[in-house]
Ligand binder design. Sequence first.
Ligand SMILES: Cc1cc2nc3c(=O)[nH]c(=O)nc-3n(C[C@H](O)[C@H](O)[C@H](O)COP(=O)(O)O)c2cc1C
Length: 443
Amino acid sequence: MPFHGKNIILAISGGIAAYKSVELVSLFKKLGANVYCVLSESAENFVAPLSLEVMSKNKVYTKQDKHTIEANKAYIDHIELAKTADLILLAPATANTISKLACGISDDLIFDIILASQAPIAIAPAMNTNMWAHKVIQKNLSFLIDELNYHIIPPSTGDLACGVQGIGRLAELNDILKHSAYVLETQITKMDKDDIVGKSLDLANKNIIISSGGTREFIDPVRFIGNTSSGEMGFALAQEALYRGANVILVSTVDYEKDPIKAAILEHPNLVKLRANTSEEMRMAIEANFDDSVDVLIMSAAVADFRPKEYSDSKIKKEKNPDNSTINLELTENIDIVKHVAGNKLPHQVIIGFSLETENLLENASKKLIDKNLDMIVANNQEALGNYQSQISIIYPSTDKTQDLEIVELELQDKLENAKSILDHLNLILKARNEKNTDIISG
Ligand SMILES: Cc1cc2nc3c(=O)[nH]c(=O)nc-3n(C[C@H](O)[C@H](O)[C@H](O)COP(=O)(O)O)c2cc1C
C-alpha cells in the first residue's frame, strides 16, 4: 500500500464533516501512515484535538501553534511540517478555506504549512449545495486545479446536514483514501477538470426555462378542469440544472414553499420562480422570457389541451340548471405552447417536450418530436402523474447520425434520477451543436 511509512498532514477546516476526520486518521494509521493533524481555529469547534491526538499518536497542531516556537526546538513548526509531508490532505475543506487558499491568505497554521510545502496537495471539499455551486467557489476551485495543480476529491451527492439534498457531502472516506493513494503513487495532482467541476457544472451559464405542474382551466372562480400532475418532475429538473450551474426560470402551477427542502432550493440565487395557473398564463410567462439569451426550454408541465369556452365571473349556481339534469361545458383549444415556441426558436436553442401517452408510447412520442420541431421528447405514461417515480423514455435525433433517433428507455426510478439522465442527454445535444457551430466557423 502506498501509505506505509508516509507522512500525511491532515488539515481539517471548520465544517460539519470535520468529525469524520477521526475515522480518517484511524484508516490511514491502519494502512501504515504517520498522520499529523492540523486544525483551523474554526475546526476546533467541530472536532476535539484530543481525539485526533489519541488516534494519530502525534501532537495535534492548532492556530495556537502558529506563533510559538518551543524553546528546545531548532525549527519552526509549520516549516518542519511542510518539509516532512509526503502528502497534504485538506479534508474537509470549507468554502472559506478554499477561497483563502486561492488568494494566498495565511491567517491560520493550515495555510502557513500548505504555502510552505512542496508536497502534493489533495482537497476534499464539503459544504452546502448552494455554496458549492456558487460561482466564486467554482472559480477558486478552478484556480487551485489549473494554476496550482491541487488535486480535488469531488464531493458526493446526498442528504446534507443543512437539510438540503444535493451535491456537497464530503466524499466517502474510501474515496478519499483512493484519491490520496493515487496522488502519493503518481505524484500527479492534476485531474481532468471535467471529472471534478465539469461533471457537476456542465450547464454552467446556460439559461434554462422549465415549466412544471398541471394547469388549471377555470370554469368559474372556484372550479377548474385540471390534472393530477404534482410538479415533481419539473422541480427535479430545476434542482439538478441548478446544481450543474444553470440559471433557471421555473414557471410552475405549484407552490413548493411548503416543503422546507424545496423552499431552501427556491432561494438559490440562480433561480427565478414564476407562478402560472392556466395554460394561457403559462404561455405568456414562458414567451415573455423566451428571448435570444435562453438556451433551453423544458416543457415538463402537464398543460391542458382545452379550456372552457366561457368563463363565469361568479360561481355557477345549481339553480341555473332547474331540471337538475346535464350541464354542457363547451371547450376550446389552447395554444400548444411547446409547438408555438419551437416554431420560432433560434438555431442555438434546444426545446424539450414531454409526452404522456396511454398507448403506442414510443411511436406517438416520436411523431410529436418531429411534428412539433422539438430537439428531445420525454415519453411517459399516466402513472408518472402525481408520483415521485416514473418510467421514462428519452427520444431525440441521433447526435452521431448512426441512426435516425436515439431512444433511451429507462427503468422505473425516482424523478431526480430521471432529471439527471435527461440533462445528461441534453448535454450531448448541446455539445454536438457546439461542435457543429465550431466546424462552421473554422470551416
Ligand atoms: C454548524 C455549522 C456547520 C458548518 N458547516 C460548514 C461546511 O460543511 N462547509 C463549509 O464550507 N462551511 C461550513 N460552516 C461555516 C464555516 O464554519 C465558516 O465559514 C468558518 O469560518 C470556516 O472556517 P475555516 O475555513 O477557517 O475552518 C459551518 C458552520 C456551522 C456553524
